[in-house]
Design a protein around this ligand. Structure first.
Ligand SMILES: [Zn+2]
Length: 240
């Protein structure tokens, strides 16, 4: 099914930006909005990869740190999720940037199907090597994810789009840059909250040795994908 032609959702005027500000880092799941004709929030079937996921050691999760908003939980229901990686901003570091982004994408691949696209307009998630937007009163940030772009897709379903900005001036080495994309991608995939544990990829701060995606990260992701959402469900046609 076509994923390229997008029509904006005219009622989404009053977007509620829910800004959780963490250390050097900006998180905004956002998008409350006018729900006059929004679909009912329902639970999607789990994607196969998450359905098969079992944590026999029961290492727990941090689901209680994850906040839903006006549309419910931010889950994807059409796979693979299309991801676009923008060009490096610093000309001497193009390979490093591309590698960091692509490895971070591969890291999430066992849990949710992702596909790289070279076409920004076809992307569900756009990862750009540019400075996060600075809004008045905010500090300078190294990275941010925003999912405030709601629209009705070609199947008449409520859909969303996320933008990740990773600063070209981010401190740290290649491993830190990779960890930064991995962390932001975790938000864009639905984890709108932070872990209190520094061994999780969604820990709220940057650490000296960046963690891989942990069992607790995946346990959290799985619980999120078992929650109701308005995203991915058709709009009621009778109210057109
Ligand atoms: Zn974060």
């Amino acid at each position: 099914m076509a994923r390229t032609a997008r029509r904006s959702w005219p009622w989404v005027l009053a977007i509620v930006i829910c800004l959780a500000t963490m250390l050097g880092h900006n998180l905004s799941p956002s998008a409350g909005a006018d729900q006059r004709q929004a679909p009912e929030a329902q639970v999607h079937p789990l994607p196969e990869s998450l359905a098969a996921w079992e944590d026999s050691a029961q290492q727990g999760d941090y689901f209680d740190q994850v906040q839903p908003n006006g549309v419910g939980y931010f889950v994807w229901s059409e796979f693979p999720i299309q991801v676009y990686v923008g060009p490096a901003t610093a000309s001497n570091d193009a390979t490093g940037w591309q590698q960091a982004a692509e490895i971070a994408i591969q890291d999430w691949q066992p849990y949710l199907p992702l596909a790289l696209t070279t076409e920004p307009s076809a992307a569900d998630i756009l990862i750009e090597n540019r400075k996060p937007e600075r809004r008045s009163g905010e500090r300078v940030r190294a990275a941010e994810t925003r999912c405030s772009d709601l629209y009705v897709n070609d199947d008449n379903r409520l859909d969303h789009r996320c933008r990740i900005n990773i600063s070209p001036n981010q401190l740290g080495n290649q491993a830190h840059r990779m960890a930064s994309v991995r962390h932001e991608l975790g938000h864009a995939l639905g984890i709108w909250g932070h872990s209190p544990s520094e061994t999780d990829a969604l820990y709220f701060a940057q650490v000296r040795t960046p963690p891989e995606i942990s069992v607790r990260d995946v346990n959290t992701l799985k619980r999120i994908y078992q929650q109701p959402t308005r995203l991915g469900w058709p709009l009621p046609s009778a109210t057109e």
